[in-house]
Design a protein around this ligand. Structure first.
Ligand SMILES: Cc1cc2nc3c(=O)[nH]c(=O)nc-3n(C[C@H](O)[C@H](O)[C@H](O)COP(=O)(O)OP(=O)(O)OC[C@H]3O[C@@H](n4cnc5c(N)ncnc54)[C@H](O)[C@@H]3O)c2cc1C
Ligand code: SF4
Length: 347
């Protein structure tokens, strides 16, 4: 690990000031991703700004009919907050389907939103090609081992292009927050702003090195979960297909919430994980569901719409069919009613 400075922020303004003032500085949440990347020499911040003592960012509080989740609320605390279990069970399920109890006890809401891809080529600096780690070096995954990689929205201009990246976003929490139309609250040197979770993570475009639309001198202060998300509380399901039953990232996941009027779908919350560089939402899939009967035929049509344009590679082409099945199963389970078990759901 390369030497770095450490400082502790005493309030959000001081954290933002340090981020702007100290070139190459990074915020430290639970450290469960950043410290791993520093040990691997993938990330080399000049200064770590420890924000974990910012008490004002550690609470889940009612706000504007919904709830505000502080950026430093630990993943375990968020998943087990009674108001969250009652109002946003989809979010609890998604968080509990991720990592392990020990990791969730440390990991923070802000850090989870910002966690980096699990692409093997990104994590190993001894491998020469990775546009995300070393911009312009090409993409090792596209002709390498790409089982966990993207099938939607990726940039694929061949292995040597500076734009190519087929990495996925690994966060389960973000998938549920995108489905529920969460709003990321941000503080920066120019003041405060908000950004929908659906727009927070980026597609690759021509900048594989960028994961999100957060600026390097900005701090996530929280996530607002809107009042409208409560209508999915009785019919929602987070379904995660993975290589092991626990302690594994999603191959494909779906956050599915339905507002039903009898057997008709009035409105829908739907997002996919494990398939793209960001939580994947599809207007076409939503339109295929709204106003239709909540049955297998409708869910199959929506699954086809969601996966339109998908492209697989040597080791991950199976994800396209898997995703369709996970969408149908997730929506079917959501229609049957929210299961309020203590543990996250697994396929
Ligand atoms: C073995 C293992 C298995 C895992 N399995 C899963 C899984 O199945 N599903 C899943 O979703 N996750 C999984 N994770 C990832 C885990 O959820 C993340 O490591 C964790 O959420 C990151 O949160 P953190 O607070 O520790 O972030 P940190 O490591 O502290 O920070 C991560 C990044 O976020 C930035 N950051 C932190 N807080 C803020 C803020 N407030 N504003 C702006 N930037 C900020 C940091 O600067 C850094 O760049 C796994 C991790 C491990 C090690
Ligand atoms: S998929 Fe993206 S992160 Fe992985 S090697 Fe290619 S450029 Fe790097």
């Amino acid at each position: 690990m390369i030497p770095f400075q450490y400082e502790r922020a005493s309030n959000p303004e001081a954290a933002v000031h340090s981020l702007s003032a100290v070139k190459g500085s990074k915020l430290l949440g639970g450290g469960t991703n950043l410290v791993d990347l520093m040990k691997q020499n993938v990330e080399n911040p000049s200064t770590l700004i420890d924000i974990t003592r910012l008490q004002m960012l550690t609470e889940v509080v009612p706000a504007e009919g919904g709830h505000r989740v502080g950026a430093l609320v630990r993943n375990s605390d968020l998943a087990n907050t009674p108001d969250v279990l009652k109002t946003y069970p989809l979010l609890s399920q998604a968080i509990l389907a991720g990592a392990s109890a020990q990791l969730r006890n440390l990991a923070t809401t802000g850090g989870n939103l910002m966690q980096r891809t699990r692409c093997y080529y990104f994590y190993d600096p001894s491998l020469p090609a990775c546009n995300k780690r070393a911009p312009g070096s090409g993409c090792g995954a596209i002709q390498g081992f790409n089982r966990i990689h993207a099938v939607l929205g990726q940039t694929d201009e061949g292995p040597t292009s500076a734009h190519t990246c087929i990495a996925t976003n690994p966060s389960d929490m973000s998938v549920a927050m995108a489905a529920l139309d969460g709003l990321v609250e941000i503080s920066g040197p120019k003041g405060k702003r908000t950004m929908p979770v659906r727009e927070f993570h980026r597609l690759v475009g021509k900048t594989p090195q960028l994961d999100t639309n957060l600026q390097p001198d900005e701090l996530i202060t929280g996530v607002h979960l809107p009042a409208s998300a409560a209508k999915f509380a009785t019919h929602s399901y987070y379904l995660k297909a993975r290589d092991r039953q626990s302690y594994a990232f999603a191959l494909v996941s779906v956050a599915a919430g339905l507002e039903l009027d009898g057997d008709r779908i009035k409105s829908v919350a739907l997002a996919l994980g494990g398939v793209a560089h960001k939580p994947w939402t599809s207007k076409a899939a939503e339109q295929a569901l709204i106003g239709k009967p909540a049955n297998e035929a409708t869910f199959k049509t929506a699954a086809e719409a969601a996966m339109q344009g998908a492209k697989g590679y040597e080791h991950n082409a199976f994800k396209i069919e898997l995703a369709k099945q996970v969408i149908v199963r997730g929506l079917t389970l959501a229609a049957q009613g929210t299961q309020r078990s203590a543990e996250g759901a697994a396929a």
